[in-house]
Write a protein that binds this ligand. Structure first.
Ligand SMILES: [Zn+2]
Length: 411
């Protein structure tokens, strides 16, 4: 397959990208607009990017909002109550069907790499078993990384450590954690040491739900960062949410950022979820309840955006469109300066790929997998401003998805 008349990010003019044997073969600058030969895909001047990435979602809970009842207050706590009622009726087939439905939505929006957290604080590890099957069944559409996520804690949950070990034995790719939810500070710290040991021993990546609270005293990120620094694991470790950072004072943050730079770990923010769930103990003034996205970015740290939920007890909206989350993240994170807008797709492509440690398996360069997406825009700014959609999605050198452009007629 040859894609002609494609625009590439931050490069002038039009380009031809040739693919062969499921890989990108060559990228050539065109002197002028090219005429399509049979078999060519004419990009018509649209923006060709590597696939969009979803670095943080919970596929075991998607499409359960309103079952058996709606979360009326919109709080995290009522969400947990609704979830425990819904959990009682979950079956293997139900988990798989909902995950597949969500994966189709993600793929429809040009996403081909997904990291899902799966609750492993369940002695049967049923959801993990279901998602491992989905990982295999959905490989035509997406590459799926599975995080062993201890929703109810590691050291404060019965057999929490053994369940984490078993989840990795079964095939989970990433070690998770939730230190701020453990019963005590000591358990939070010991859970981080345990999960880092486990990941190091088993050669896994790490992605911890870290300090997802407005409590300014929730300071497990410094523990995770120091463990990361001491073990030299920066390229393999991600801290998700870190919303407490939005409540830390600047004196503490200036010390913390020094350590974060030394550790070199990645960050995922889920701005729509956090603006919805955090700030709930405030009256006014009310905190935004998200991490310092712009400040992390400007400090040279790797930060990306995720959706977290699609229609679950904690978040009733969501449709698989990561550009909607990017739009919200740029607003909430005060990132609408011209320079930020010119490179905003970094937050949902390259930065996310780095957090997922995709390495040479991602990006537009000869020899890399021919996984590509054409967005209905000319550049980053227009893509987010017009909230465009993926027009074509190409996977392993073959056309995976095509969308007809919207047409409006005035009468
Ligand atoms: Zn999450």
């Amino acid at each position: 397959m040859k894609i002609i008349n494609a625009r590439l990010r931050h490069l002038p003019g039009l380009h031809t990208v040739a693919c062969a044997a499921e890989r990108i073969h060559s990228i050539t600058a065109q002197a002028a607009q090219a005429l399509a030969q049979p078999g060519d895909l004419d990009a018509q001047g649209l923006l060709l990017i590597p696939p969009l990435v979803e670095p943080h979602i919970h596929l075991d809970a998607v499409h359960t909002a309103g079952q058996p009842r709606w979360n009326q207050s919109g709080t995290l706590f009522e969400g947990i109550e609704c979830w425990s009622e819904r959990k009682a009726t979950i079956t293997h087939e139900d988990t798989k069907a909902r995950a597949h439905r969500a994966i189709r939505l993600l793929a429809e929006h040009g996403i081909q790499h997904v990291r899902t957290h799966v609750d492993v604080t369940d002695p049967s590890l049923a959801a993990l078993g279901a998602l491992l099957e989905v990982q295999d069944e959905a490989r035509e559409l997406i590459d799926l990384q599975i995080v062993a996520f201890p929703q109810e804690g590691i050291d404060s949950f019965t057999n929490g450590r053994a369940l984490m070990e078993r989840a990795i034995d079964m095939g989970a790719n990433v070690v998770g954690g939730i230190p701020h939810y453990e019963h005590t500070r000591e358990q939070g710290v010991s859970s981080i040491r345990f999960l880092m040991d486990l990941a190091e021993r088993r050669g896994c990546l790490v992605d911890v739900h870290c300090d997802e609270t407005d409590d300014p005293h929730s300071r497990f990120l410094e523990v995770l960062a120091e463990e990361t620094r001491a073990r030299g694991m920066g390229a393999r470790v991600t801290a998700s949410h870190t919303t407490a950072m939005g409540s830390y004072d600047n004196a503490y943050c200036s010390k913390l950022f020094r350590l974060l730079r030394l550790a070199g770990l990645s960050f995922v923010s889920c701005p729509t979820e956090s603006i919805h769930l955090q700030g709930r103990f405030d009256t006014f003034p009310k905190r935004r309840g998200i991490t310092r996205i712009a400040e992390l970015d400007r400090a040279g740290l790797n930060v990306c955006l995720g959706q977290d939920s699609i229609q679950d007890p904690w978040y009733p909206l969501g449709n698989g469109n990561i550009l909607r989350v990017l739009d919200a993240g740029l607003h909430i994170g005060h990132m609408m300066g011209y320079e930020d807008l010119q490179r905003c797709l970094d937050l949902v492509t390259d930065n996310s790929a780095r957090a997922l440690a995709l390495g040479e398996g991602y990006g537009i360069a000869p020899g890399r997998p021919a996984n590509l997406v054409l967005l209905d825009a000319e550049n980053d700014y227009e893509a987010v401003r017009r909230q465009v959609k993926a027009r074509w999605s190409i996977r392993q050198g073959r056309l995976l998805m095509q969308r007809e452009p919207e047409r409006v007629t005035f009468m």
